[in-house]
Write a protein that binds this ligand. Structure first.
Ligand code: SAM
Length: 239
């Protein structure tokens, strides 16, 4: 099995290895000039590459397809502490396309500027590990109601997960239609405020349930994406 690495290219399309990547390939994996690995641009292209000194050269393009057949955007209210790290890691493994971290009325944490860089690094590592072709985009944290307007369009189905609601289950909503690009919003430990739920509905989001049990703010986006990924893949295979 070849090691996978998300790389940058220079203006001539030549693969550029960062000092950290050179160190990892040479000192940790004990690889050297001539050894091969899979290079990914993180936006869908991949190649077999060969180490050449401090850079690498493309040997041949690869035609891989492990991505979901739809785009999956998760709008996630930031949970307490470092719990978002795990959400980024797990949802990247499950196939998320875009993560929109949001600050909602009941969000407790104030994200530091270094966090975004850290989440993007975690997403890159998780994408390499889970054999994806794209690294999910993680946007700057914004207020939940600010994020809403940019997310709704005619080609996208938008859902807001509301615990203790009598809304339809997300599973039923997804199962009864052709797989389409989808946005799913999940709230913080204290849940979305009634005003946020009303604003989301007015913007075109449908309130949905994830079942009778109350999931933690960390579990809810992972559970919602697992459902979406499984149903989208099954619908795609059957169509
Ligand atoms: N404090 C809230 C309450 O008691 O109703 C629960 C908040 S829950 C810990 C965090 C978030 O996960 C919720 O805002 C919601 O988006 C999602 N969530 C958890 N369980 C859910 C369920 N059974 N159905 C729908 N959404 C759920």
């Amino acid at each position: 099995m070849l090691y996978r690495l998300v790389v940058k290219q220079d203006s001539n399309g030549q693969i550029v290895l960062t000092p950290e990547q050179q160190h990892y390939l040479k000192k940790v994996l004990r690889m050297g000039s001539g050894d091969r690995f899979i290079a990914l641009d993180g936006r869908g292209k991949s190649w077999i590459a060969r180490i050449k000194g401090t850079s690498a050269e493309i040997v041949e393009p690869l035609n891989l397809s492990t991505e979901l057949p739809i785009t999956a955007t998760l709008v996630i209210a930031l949970p307490k502490g470092n719990a978002f790290d795990e959400v980024v890691r797990c949802t990247t493994e499950l196939g998320v396309t875009t993560i929109v971290p949001v600050i909602s009325d009941r969000t407790i944490i104030k994200p530091s500027p270094h966090k975004l860089e850290r989440w993007r690094r975690i997403a890159t590592e998780a994408a390499e590990q889970s054999e994806r072709q794209i690294v999910p985009n993680i946007t700057e944290p914004v207020k939940f109601v600010t994020a809403l307007a940019d997310l709704v369009n005619l080609e996208t189905d938008c859902y807001i997960c509301v615990a203790r609601s009598d809304g339809k289950s997300l599973f039923d909503c997804l199962q009864n239609k052709q797989a389409r690009n989808t946005v799913i919003a999940t709230g913080p430990e204290g849940g979305f405020s009634p005003k946020e739920i009303e604003t989301a509905k007015a913007a075109g989001f449908q309130a949905v349930s994830l079942g009778r049990r109350i999931l933690r703010a960390v579990t809810a986006p992972i559970a919602a994406l697992s459902l979406l990924a499984a149903i989208a893949q099954t619908n795609n295979q059957n169509s």
